[in-house]
Design a protein around this ligand. Structure first.
Ligand SMILES: [Zn+2]
Ligand SMILES: [Zn+2]
Length: 255
């Protein structure tokens, strides 16, 4: 019975692989089982600190009780005026979301991008964004960082979302100069750091001009990087820009 022996052989190979190369969860380091698709365990996906609803229709920021009573949204001021909408899956930092991001960015566990992108693709948007979105543009890494890492995590996320939305990923934007790493900068310093740091790829212009473009990044913190990219796109004739990120940092109003 060759098929039975084939199945037994495959089963033995799987067991041997799991013994020699055990898969561990990117969020909690627990050993993964056959039931866990990708590189994050089920309990970690369940513990992911998703942005709660209701959310601001434009910036996707959770509306607190005070905002519902009529005060301004804490997320909208982060977006440049010409940005239509923004959506993020979960809060950062948090042990689970930060662990997943670190696995993607620093450990090179690219398989984790699929589970992230699958959940990002299911976020809800205003109907006009769904009807108009024409391309996903990943926020570019600095050339040196891209060489070091060998990939751009924003591009990986954009690709997994693109496959589900049925629209293309277009490189669109490049870095024109090296910027300091943003992590230790104040919001004002971040803005100065990234201003004029991006340029639109001329060859991609025909695919982007007059379109509604979704910029993709791993995290939305102050919005400085995304706004600088959006500014570059807007300046060359992109009609509308929206943002999609995996993580979002809390603002002072969220604490
Ligand atoms: Zn886990
Ligand atoms: Zn808002």
């Amino acid at each position: 019975m060759p098929t039975r022996w084939g199945a037994r052989w495959r089963q033995a190979r799987t067991m041997l692989d799991q013994f020699c190369f055990p898969r561990v969860c990117a969020g909690c380091d627990a050993l993964l089982t056959d039931r866990d698709r990708g590189l994050v365990c089920g309990p970690c996906w369940a513990r992911l600190p998703r942005l709660p609803v209701p959310q601001c229709a434009r910036c996707g920021h959770p509306r607190s009780a005070t905002a519902r009573a009529g005060t301004t949204c804490p997320g909208c001021p982060l977006l440049a005026p010409y940005v239509r909408a923004a959506r993020s899956l979960c809060w950062v930092p948090h042990p689970v979301s930060s662990g997943i991001l670190a696995a993607l960015k620093y450990d090179g566990w690219l398989g984790v991008a699929d589970g992230m992108g699958e959940r990002m693709a299911r976020l809800s948007w205003p109907p006009d964004v769904i009807a108009e979105r024409a391309a996903l543009v990943p926020v570019p890494l600095a050339a040196t960082k891209q060489r070091e890492r060998g990939f751009n995590q924003a591009e990986r996320l954009a690709s997994t979302v693109a496959a589900r939305w049925g629209i293309p990923v277009v490189t669109g934007v490049t870095r024109t100069r090296v910027t300091e790493t943003q992590t230790r900068l104040t919001p004002g310093e971040r803005l100065a750091n990234v201003r004029r740091a991006f340029a639109v790829v001329p060859a991609d212009l025909p695919r982007l001009a007059g379109q509604h473009v979704i910029l993709v990044d791993d995290v939305l913190t102050t919005g400085a990087t995304l706004n600088a990219c959006a500014g570059a796109l807007f300046a060359v004739g992109v009609r509308t820009v929206s943002y999609l990120t995996f993580g979002r940092a809390r603002t002072a109003a969220d604490h």
